[in-house]
Design a protein around this ligand. Structure first.
Ligand SMILES: *Cc1c(COP(=O)(O)O)cnc(C)c1O
Ligand code: SF4
Length: 314
């Protein structure tokens, strides 16, 4: 497989020059070429097994992922779709087929736009897609996953001003942000613009070695986000993707961090620590209720929401 080439925006290039945490996330490194761990793959969370149509992933009964573009403004070196980001956009026929799939299944209540970064689409095209999803009567939540307010905040603020049309469905935006250094004045302005445009905001953070794997950094990130009106939603255990081993935080260390935060942060500022079980079994809480160490201490067992047990290397 070939990883996406290094790609940064001018905003991130400037930020990387003064923030080691930003540099580590976006500058390509020789560590990516380390020999692959046998547990690592190129589709660690099993998107392919749950993709009934191009650009659509339907893993949970009540919600679908729509991937209208695989382009991102910048390439995160730890991305689990790192061999796929950069190229490809759904054509009109594929979008129409995906929307028809949703329309035919009223149990689908939420459409999540992901990718790639859907906010890199021309704002008018994204506004049109939102309007078409809003016209599906059983959908009451439209969620966009985006890193654009971090990567290209001025472009995100501009897009927000085009995405301000009222909708029947609630519009949520899940902001991918991993370190307090990413919350620049420009990014804060983009967050305000998204709020003004009518989006409710949550955040997603990937736990990354050498970037944010210490309690003070995470506490500052989650407190700052909460103060900006962005609810910390998920802290993701890193998926097992080839070329990202240098970012891995062991599961027990991640759990210790999540526990340390429990004691010191407002409930509003606490994300849920989650892991995506390899093979497409879905996201589960990475806490003791779902993931237990094996008796021999060599690995872990993760239980999916249906009670299935899965070996997990850590
Ligand atoms: C992560 C994910 C979702 C969203 O899951 P939530 O727990 O609702 O945030 C939906 N579909 C797929 C395929 C996913 O990977
Ligand atoms: S913005 Fe998301 S999809 Fe794009 S490279 Fe980063 S992690 Fe991957």
């Amino acid at each position: 497989m070939s990883a996406a080439p290094e790609k940064l925006t001018p905003h991130l290039r400037a930020l990387a020059a003064r923030s080691p945490a930003v540099a580590r996330q976006f500058l390509a490194s020789a560590e990516e070429e380390a020999p692959a761990d046998p547990h690592d793959g190129t589709d660690p969370i099993g998107d392919a097994a749950h993709s009934p149509l191009p650009g659509l992933v339907h893993r949970y009964p009540d919600r679908v992922l729509l991937l209208p573009t695989m382009a991102c403004a910048a390439h995160c070196r730890f991305c689990f779709r790192r061999d796929r980001v950069g190229a490809g956009r759904m054509g009109e026929a594929e979008i129409a087929a995906a929307l028809a799939y949703v329309a035919a299944r009223p149990q689908i209540r939420e459409v999540i736009l992901s990718g790639g970064d859907p906010m890199t689409l021309p704002a008018a095209a994204l506004a049109d897609l939102i309007r078409r999803i809003d016209a599906l009567p059983s959908v009451d939540v439209i969620r966009i996953h985006s890193r654009l307010p971090v990567a290209a905040p001025e472009a995100a603020a501009k897009a927000a001003s085009v995405l301000n049309a009222e909708t029947r469905a609630a519009r949520w935006l899940a902001l991918h942000v991993n370190h307090p250094d990413e919350l620049t004045a420009e990014t804060r302005a983009a967050i305000r613009a998204l709020h003004r445009a009518g989006f409710a905001l949550v955040s997603q953070t990937v736990l990354l070695a050498g970037v944010n794997d210490d309690a003070p950094t995470l506490a500052e990130l989650f407190r700052t986000l909460t103060g900006l009106g962005v609810k910390p939603y998920y802290l993701h255990h890193l998926d097992r993707t080839v070329g990202t081993a240098h970012f891995r935080v062991p599961l027990d260390a991640g759990r210790a961090l999540a526990e340390a935060l429990r004691g010191s942060l407002s409930g509003l500022a606490q994300p849920t620590y989650v892991l995506d079980i390899p093979g497409g079994f879905g996201k589960v809480w990475a806490t003791a209720a779902f993931v237990e160490p094996d008796a021999d201490g060599a690995g872990w067992t993760a239980r999916d929401a249906n009670g299935g047990a899965h070996a997990y290397p850590g």
